[in-house]
Design a protein around this ligand. Structure first.
Ligand SMILES: [Ca+2]
Ligand SMILES: [Ca+2]
Ligand SMILES: [Ca+2]
Length: 323
């Protein structure tokens, strides 16, 4: 009985092997054996691979990928960059659930191979909204299952910023005191008499601008506030307790550093404008630094100083591959 079973199994094996040889020797018209094998292996799932080496670590928030599949938006998973520069899958609270290594990899339903576009957003930790936030950092269309997602895509920041420019001047309008005029920075011009906006920046969707004073000797950073347009007060006006108490300052972005005093024309402070998520939970400057200028040593107050456009290296590109 046992022998009979073995013989039957052996015959079955031989006939299967013959059938397999027949298939590989004589594929159906228009198909190849490679395609047949790949399809059999990946019958249920497809793998999304993201090269996220140009992304920085987020604090208080995390990244979430999205695929546009036949017109509907499908999540492709949440992740963040660890302190060691590795990629980790995270949950909606931003807690690490799986360390992934150098690339983001996730198995997704096979139907996602029809994806037309990849979009990456920044989502708050503790996110209660299943959908995508307005903070789209990069986007790109798939071609041959590959997408190169960039910040200038219309579904992301949508700007190249090549025409961005700006000037600033020193002054302390919050106290009007002539003795402190080197302790404040304002993004305005007074050459025409009354103050006018001095920053030429496009209006963004989901993102805001933020001014910074960087002490390059000590590596310390002070925000001067966030703003959407160059002709409005920024989020903290003249700076509250840091500023003088006479006024909130003019209707432009800027900051006074009177209490405690920071002398901005000592040749060790740099003015920087970055691009930050709206409702940003990460208090640090983002990698997307747009304009900068060392404040010249001994520069007089109310003198317009031209800012330089950054080289855009902090603007990330993410490559997405479906396989
Ligand atoms: Ca969300
Ligand atoms: Ca301010
Ligand atoms: Ca930030």
């Amino acid at each position: 009985m046992k022998n009979l079973l073995l013989i039957t199994l052996f015959s079955l094996f031989v006939s299967c092997a013959q059938e397999a040889r027949n298939v590989s020797a004589d594929p159906a018209p228009g198909t190849s054996t490679t395609t047949t094998t790949t399809t059999l292996l990946n019958q249920q799932m497809i793998t999304l691979e993201l090269d996220v080496s140009e992304l920085e670590r987020q604090v208080g928030q995390h990244y979430e990928g999205w695929l546009i599949v036949n017109g509907s938006v499908e999540t492709s998973g949440r992740f963040n960059i660890t302190k060691d520069g590795k990629v980790a899958e995270v949950n909606k609270d931003g807690e690490i659930v799986k360390l992934l290594g150098d690339k983001f990899m996730k198995q997704l339903p096979l139907s996602y191979k029809a994806s037309s576009m990849f979009v990456l957003t920044i989502e708050p930790n503790g996110d209660e909204d299943e959908g995508a936030s307005n903070v789209h950092i990069v986007a790109g269309a798939f071609s041959n299952k590959k997408a190169v997602a960039t910040t200038d895509h219309s579904a992301a920041l949508g700007e190249s910023f090549s025409d961005s420019s700006g000037t600033f001047l020193l002054g302390t309008p919050s106290n009007g005191d002539a003795d402190t005029q080197n302790q404040g920075i304002w993004y305005l011009e007074v050459s025409a008499g009354s103050p006018v906006a001095s920053l030429n920046l496009p209006k963004l969707n989901g993102w805001v601008y933020e001014g910074w004073i960087v002490n390059v000797d000590e590596g310390t950073v002070n925000s001067t506030g966030t703003f959407e347009t160059a002709s409005e007060q920024d989020s903290n006006k003249a700076g509250g307790v840091k500023a003088g108490l006479i006024s909130d300052g003019p209707s432009f972005p800027g900051e006074d550093f009177i209490n405690p005093a920071i002398e901005l024309n000592e040749g060790k402070h740099m003015a920087v404008i970055t691009i930050e998520p709206e409702n940003d939970l990460d208090p640090r400057p983002s990698s997307m630094k747009l304009l900068r200028k060392m404040i010249p040593e001994g520069v007089a107050d109310h003198e317009s100083i031209n800012m330089d456009l950054f080289d855009k290296e902090g603007f990330p590109t993410v490559q997405a591959i479906l396989k």
